[in-house]
Ligand binder design. Structure first.
Ligand code: GLU
Length: 350
């Protein structure tokens, strides 16, 4: 299961959207950077739909995500294919590393869990959300909260059986090797964390059986031969956890770049609730894709004249190592430019 040697050598980047809503400018920003970084290196792009959570993912959003990426000019070499409009058929896939849709990968994740189980890294955890909430304390790294104290790690088999008998359902937690995990982030610089810094033992399968994000991403990056991960800096505290899983599952560790986030005028990270900045809303208002790409490239330092352009045209100007480490703010003037283009009054936007 860990063999990716059959893949052609070279950079393999990925776009890994969760189809839980419509893409907004913040998603477009992170995806464009992942796309530019891979294309610039002459690499391939894998599209992976992270629809692992059945309660939050919708097919309608998956289609919308693919359409929006294409509308912005981002293509991919492997992954689900955008079906003809109204075909209603299940998504077909292209590439040697499928499935590329996480809801189709249950058997693959089950094998990974067995492998971790054999290595003695998993244990059932019976803590309820309420019990865990009571642990809230000083955050360790960003929003990690206090680390899980290992309450269920030392339970005996008899105690576990009694809890099951009492109707308690268990999640599966991962207890990884102690020691620091270091990696050099192409934007944020050298990083070094223990798993304890990142929240301690973490869930790899929820008590309702749903596979947790950390496991799905590590298994998929590994088995798809992804060797370049470019994503928002909000995910940085997950990276040591994913590296620990990748190592134990016998996969190569990709290079990582955690890019700054795009924030609204108040400095708050753009999220799905910023409906007016959904790509669909902007498109309905008549904003051309080239203007969105032009603005995001300008914020990334790759389009000094802030001209409208297609994604591929700007590939040669993009430099991961020129990105700011701090988040980028979309102020009123920039949003105005986005909606209306260059003002006739000649306001300087340098
Ligand atoms: N699917 C995740 C998201 O949309 C991204 C995961 C990743 O890049 O590792 O937030």
């Amino acid at each position: 299961m860990t063999q990716t040697a059959h893949l052609e050598p070279g950079i393999r980047g990925r776009l890994a959207p969760s189809p839980t809503g419509y893409l907004h400018l913040g998603n477009a920003w992170a995806f464009l950077m992942a796309w530019w970084a891979a294309r610039q290196a002459g690499g391939r792009i894998v599209l992976r739909l992270e629809d692992i959570d059945p309660q939050r993912s919708r097919d309608e959003y998956a289609l919308a995500v693919m359409e929006d990426l294409r509308w912005l000019g981002m293509d991919w070499d492997e992954g689900p294919e955008l079906p003809a409009v109204g075909s209603g058929a299940p998504l077909s896939e292209r590439g040697e590393c499928g499935p590329y849709v996480q809801s189709r990968c249950s058997a693959i994740y089950a094998r990974a869990l067995q492998r971790l189980q054999r290595q003695g890294c998993l244990y059932p955890c019976f803590c309820t959300r309420k019990e865990l909430r009571a642990l809230a304390g000083a955050p360790h790294v960003d929003d990690m909260g206090a680390p899980y104290p290992g309450t269920c790690r030392e339970l005996s088999e008899a105690q576990r059986a009694a809890l099951r008998q009492a109707g308690r359902r268990a999640s599966l937690r991962f207890h990884g090797p102690a020691g620091a995990i270091s990696f050099c982030d192409a934007v944020q610089g050298q990083q070094c964390f223990t798993l304890e810094d990142c929240g301690g033992d973490f869930a790899v399968q929820r008590s309702d059986g749903v596979i947790a994000y950390q496991l799905a991403v590590a298994v998929d990056d590994g088995r798809m031969g992804v060797n370049q991960v470019v994503r928002g800096r909000d995910i940085l505290p997950s990276t040591p956890r994913q590296i620990a899983l990748l190592r134990l599952l016998g996969y190569e560790i990709p290079t990582y770049a955690h890019v700054p986030l795009l924030c609204d005028t108040e400095g708050e990270r753009l999220a799905k609730r910023h409906n007016s900045l959904a790509l669909r809303s902007l498109r309905a208002e008549g904003v051309p894709p080239g203007r969105i790409v032009g603005l995001l490239a300008w914020l990334a330092g790759a389009n000094p004249g802030r001209r409208e352009a297609c994604a591929a045209e700007l590939t040669p100007s993009f430099r991961l190592d020129r990105l700011p480490r701090q988040d980028c703010r979309l102020d009123g003037l920039l949003l105005d430019w986005l909606r209306h283009g260059a003002p006739s009054g000649g306001i300087a936007y340098a």
